[in-house]
Design a binder for this molecule. Structure first.
Ligand SMILES: *Cc1c(COP(=O)(O)O)cnc(C)c1O
Length: 455
């Protein structure tokens, strides 16, 4: 195993290549479908919104794809990110489990999102793009892309989900610090935004709506392209630096995980930590229990349907085969804004459908209870999204405490929560609540699913 790992890291222990799971999967991920024709999307058609570099990665079947040197040069500022053994947390839980976490909060924007933002901004600079539009939920992706655009000299416009725009003013400030423009979504500036506001002037927004607005903006302006912070193959690929480093760092620790855990929004940080381990398994390596954690308020992997659906509300994106709650589903305003997406990445959905991973949900109050225990033990303030992975890992460690089993548990701590302190204040004031699974709303959104099923 070590010979496979070492050649993909450079002398500074930063991955030289992204890892593409398509090279190892027995059944490849179904392609996106063009709603106009019902046939697989012609990749050339995607050039209206994405850079050619991103599209090439999107359809690639190569196992290792070289990371452009200008991107690696900037990543050297904080990569490799640290892998910690959570010894004080183990003590607090009185568990025989060995708990490890990979910490992505050390990036300039404070989350794993910068890994993909840099690569996407670089490819756009390379093909002559002047402006970038994007959506952001909680603001982590928006601030990561704003900084990446600043580095490569691109203008950046961010449509931010309204409920997060109100909850998290400091993320907005950070995007503006890096020179980006921030617009609360739904906005009156796009057809998609106006259509939503006409139905519901008080709409709190969703990632699906913000994506429609950002894509529409890019389609209407020839010097503008669109970037997505999760879900797509190329974004998941960019995040595989996390798992590759983790394999080497676990090796340095003289251990190997029995369980690998990540929080699932659109799926990018989870893919980042888990795909390199799944790749090892698919090539005959050790079996690892791969566990995705999602909020009970937005349970796409555990309660959604595996079918073709749109990535946005206005149905402007190609249809993707994924576990989905329906593109019109607007999840409750939980504090983990980055986990409020109606669908799951097609590659993760494919991995899930092949039985290579499992998933479960956690409730908001349990997430915050465990985030506080973690912070008091380890001294790191976790983002609410990342705290889903923490809570999932702690539950596994608690099980070990009951059974006496000593498993090695690895989870991805996708970001810090320094700009989420209002959520912690609300939790301490007893103002947060659990959200019941909104069965009726999901049934309504699922009833609106497109009827196309590709071969
Ligand atoms: C965006 C975000 C997530 C969720 O997005 P994924 O694409 O599922 O990783 C999780 N954690 C943090 C800190 C985020 O910023």
């Amino acid at each position: 195993m070590s010979s496979q790992i070492k050649y993909i890291l450079d002398e500074e222990k930063i991955p030289k290549y992204w890892y593409n799971i398509e090279a190892d999967l027995k059944k490849n991920t179904p392609p996106p479908i063009d709603p106009a024709t019902g046939a697989p999307m012609d990749p050339a058609k995607l050039e209206a919104i994405f850079s050619p570099g991103a599209i090439a990665l999107e359809v690639s079947r190569e196992r290792y794809i070289e990371i452009p040197e200008p991107v690696r040069e900037i990543m050297r500022q904080w990569r490799p990110s640290p892998l910690y053994r959570a010894r004080r947390l183990e003590k607090a839980l009185k568990t025989p489990a060995r708990i490890y976490y990979k910490y992505e909060g050390v990036s300039p924007s404070g989350s794993h999102k910068t890994n993909s933002a840099l690569a996407q901004a670089f490819e756009n600079k390379r093909c002559g793009t002047k402006k970038i539009t994007t959506e952001t939920g909680a603001g982590q992706w928006g601030s990561a892309l704003a900084q990446a655009c600043e580095i490569f000299g691109l203008e950046c416009k961010v449509y931010m989900v309204r409920c997060s725009y109100d909850q998290k003013p400091y993320r907005k400030a950070m995007m503006e610090l890096f020179g980006a423009t921030t617009i609360p979504s739904p906005s009156p500036y796009t057809d998609a935004g106006r259509a939503v506001l006409a139905r519901d002037p008080e709409c709190r927004g969703s990632l699906g709506i913000a994506i429609s607005e950002a894509v529409e903006d890019a389609l209407k302006n020839p010097d503008t392209k669109y970037c997505l912070g999760s879900v797509l193959n190329h974004v998941l690929l960019h995040q595989t630096v996390i798992g590759q480093e983790a394999i080497l760092q676990m090796e340095m620790a003289g251990d190997y995980p029995d369980i690998v855990i990540g929080a699932c929004g659109g799926g990018s940080n989870f893919a980042g930590i888990s795909f390199p381990f799944i790749g090892e398994m698919l090539r005959g390596g050790r079996k690892v229990d791969i566990l995705g954690i999602e909020p009970a308020a937005c349970p796409s992997l555990t309660r959604g349907k595996y079918t073709y659906d749109f990535g946005d509300v206005a149905k402007m994106t190609p249809m993707m085969k994924m576990y989905t709650l329906g593109s019109s589903f607007i999840p409750p305003a939980v504090h983990a804004g980055g986990l409020r997406y109606h669908g799951m990445a097609p590659q993760i959905s494919n991995v899930m459908s092949q039985g290579l991973m499992r998933a479960r949900t956690v409730q908001q109050l349990d997430v915050f209870r465990d985030a506080v225990i973690f912070a008091r033990a380890e001294g790191i303030t976790p983002a609410p999204e990342s705290s889903h992975a923490i809570s999932g890992a702690m539950d596994e460690a608690r099980k070990c405490a009951e059974t006496g089993e000593s498993k090695a548990i690895l989870f991805n701590l996708s970001g810090h929560g320094h700009l989420d302190m209002s959520a912690y204040l609300e939790y301490f004031a007893g103002k947060l609540k659990n959200y019941e699974y909104p069965e009726e709303e999901i049934a309504m959104a699922l009833a609106g699913l497109p009827v196309c099923e590709a071969k």
